[in-house]
Write a protein that binds this ligand. Sequence first.
Ligand SMILES: Nc1ncnc2c1ncn2[C@@H]1O[C@H](COP(=O)(O)OP(=O)(O)O)[C@@H](O)[C@H]1O
Ligand SMILES: [Mg+2]
Length: 431
Amino acid sequence: MTRSKSKDYNPHRGQKAFHYAIDHVKRFVAMVCGIRGGKTYSGARQALRMAWNAKNDGVFGIIAPTYKMLKRTTWLEFKKAARPWILNENRSDHIITLKNGRQVFGFTAEDPNSIRNVTLNGFWADEAREAKNFGELWDVLLGRVLSTGGKGIVTTSPNGFDDIYRIFVEERDKDYLMLSFPTYINNYISAEAIDDLKRKYDEKFAKQEIYGEFVVFEGQVYYTFNRHENAGDLAFQIARYDDEKPICLCCDFNVDPMAWVLAQVHTRLDGLKEVRVIDEIFLRNSNTPEACKEFKTRYPNHEAGVVLYGDETGNQRSSISNITNWKIIETELARYGVQKRVPTHNPPERDRINAVNGMICNSKGERRVFVNPNCKNIIRDLEQVAYKEGSAQIDKSSGKDKMLTHSSDAFGYMIEKEFSLNRGEIRGLSI
Ligand SMILES: Nc1ncnc2c1ncn2[C@@H]1O[C@H](COP(=O)(O)OP(=O)(O)O)[C@@H](O)[C@H]1O
Ligand SMILES: [Mg+2]
């Protein structure tokens, strides 16, 4: 099969380079680019060609990070690309037989062992950055093509200096090649739509997600926060209680400290929303009824409503379950008119961080979070909360400052709920 046979496929510049590289230049090629860059689309078409033209025994392997991703995206795209060449499909086992007798097997990185007893004449690993352990998966895959000399392709967005970076850049073998492109290369998506997305992202995250660059996340988690810009004179003037707006009460139910952040949402002239942190309740060795009492003392006459945000189920750090805490608040503050916007499923920490950073300052330098300079604890959090060394996770170790992370966690739940990056203008962001 030559690619021209699939008459409907017009690869963009980056995709052309990718096909050329694996057809003529190297045995293992990784296409690393921004989200929605056309990785899965071209991966599926390249996989079909490799599977159809395979000269050796064995089957062609398609590997997605999870079963869900295999089913919803990778396998589906392959089937779309391969439709005229498919003889039949065993759906439950993810096995496709092509009209020339060649077979294609679908696998997930969740279970590399299931690949161990199959001989592969080639493989395609899609969105490899999400694989649980890409290093291990890669070793398994190399073993599977050892006897056939099969080729392998990887299509993925980058994710820091992970195994993909190690294998394709740091320890690169002469048979390996990595091609990297920004999302903008995909002319099937309008540049305006990508711009809109970029506007939601902070600079570092945009570098990774849109420009397809390897970026490290270390040191200050909320690195976009700037005390003068986000919590300076302007913030002092505008981040003040407005009796016509609901108070967004962002709660963390740790006992010491009990950290609540109070914010209000305003609509700017351009129609975009802006978050103003007007106050905080930060009590040592306290409990939820005490914090409610404090709220009532400070806002005895508030009439515009209260909206609750935070962690639905709580974690090991909370003394009593959060469910009880939410009930207490709803009862204690009932007279204010309470609305609960606590997510039923906690968003991944990474999503919260990205949403907060994007609002504090996006890749275009726009700031949509203003913190009253008197809110010392949330400011301290935004400045000092750090990543755990060697990981992209927040350092919550009690050995460090026990006062940190609670305020920004609580605030992050609200930002994620209202300004989630996953509710993008472009559908299906994650893969
Ligand atoms: N060569 C192409 N021709 C037509 N549509 C394309 C092409 N490449 C990508 N697309 C479209 O662009 C969008 C993003 O592609 P996709 O492969 O899902 O991106 P990624 O896997 O990089 O996130 C999809 O809607 C896809 O159909
Ligand atoms: Mg994809």
